[in-house]
Design a protein around this ligand. Structure first.
Ligand SMILES: [Zn+2]
Length: 294
């Protein structure tokens, strides 16, 4: 067993390493990257090849847990109330013991949400906040603020409201972003800019559905300027995927950003994902286009 001090250093180093990997507008990592984490010269894979939990022999408590897209619970296993319910491993023994230890010792871990085969959105630091032995599940909080609920298995109505808001605003967003960037090959649908740092996953209709992740068909990859212009109805998109610019804006005279960045986009065709199911919903576009046209 490694010393407690060394285990703590490695956990902290993993979080820093993830911070570094997720710069430049990325929100997902590949299985290969997760298997190739190094602490100094030593390689410590962060995912297990065969199982959804990573419990190195020389660690007291679990390092990572994952939900793969193949799991029976589907890719959307962050519950409405903002926790992940992680079932006891059937092959009892070490795995459950080490997750229980993560709970008792409040050890932070990484939760990996599978979004495609071999692609994961990490949430960290995540904490096991309850051990529900009746349901044979551990309850994992993905947002640090939710560690401090009195009894996560019996939330007060205030806590539940807070949790649902957190899920909508913070927890669903990284998964939505990862899916949108993949569908649009990290390219602005309006101007074709391909710089992840300058791109957003934009909603077509505001994401009001608390129960599910926003569908890719309710989103588009847009650069910062075109996202803002779309949200403020200075730029419209017809249900037939044609870009329109507000007519007052078309008449303005100003520098190159207005001319090339906005006016020249008028009449262009929207860049679309190759997969048909990922393309923007024509119904949602029509609702928004009616607002723009008003
Ligand atoms: Zn753009």
């Amino acid at each position: 067993m490694r010393s407690p001090e060394e285990q703590r250093l490695i956990r902290e180093d993993i979080f820093r390493w993830l911070d570094g990997k997720l710069g430049s507008g990325r929100s997902e990592l590949s299985r290969g990257e997760l298997q190739d984490y190094h602490f100094g010269p030593e390689r410590i894979p962060l995912v297990d090849t065969a199982r959804g939990i990573r419990n190195p022999q020389d660690f007291e408590a679990t390092l990572t847990i994952m939900t793969s897209v193949k799991s029976p619970y589907g890719p959307e296993s962050i519950t409405e109330d903002g926790f992940v319910r992680y079932s006891y491993q059937s092959r009892d023994g070490g795995d459950n013991v080490k997750l229980r230890r993560a709970f008792e010792q409040k050890e932070p871990l990484v939760y990996l949400q599978g979004i495609r085969p071999g692609a994961f959105v990490p949430y960290y630091p995540a904490y096991v906040v309850a051990d529900d032995s009746d349901a044979r599940q551990f309850l994992v909080a993905l947002d640090e603020s939710m560690r401090f609920f009195g009894d996560p298995l019996h939330m007060t109505s205030d806590e539940r409201r807070y949790a649902e808001r957190t899920v909508r605003s913070r927890l669903h967003q990284p998964v939505f972003r990862a899916k949108i960037m993949f569908a649009y090959a990290t390219t602005c649908a309006v101007c074709s800019l391909k710089h992840g740092d300058l791109l957003d996953a934009a909603h077509i209709i505001a994401d009001s559905d608390s129960s599910g992740f926003a569908r890719v068909s309710n989103g588009m990859a847009l650069c910062k300027i075109h996202h803002a212009a779309y949200d403020r109805n200075l730029l419209g998109i017809t249900p037939d995927y044609e870009i329109r610019i507000d007519k007052d804006l078309l008449a303005e005279i100003d520098g190159p950003m207005l001319r090339h960045g906005l006016q020249d986009m008028h009449g262009r065709e929207l860049g679309l994902p190759t997969r048909k199911a990922d393309r923007p919903s024509k119904d949602s576009l029509a609702v928004r286009y009616a607002e723009f046209a008003r």
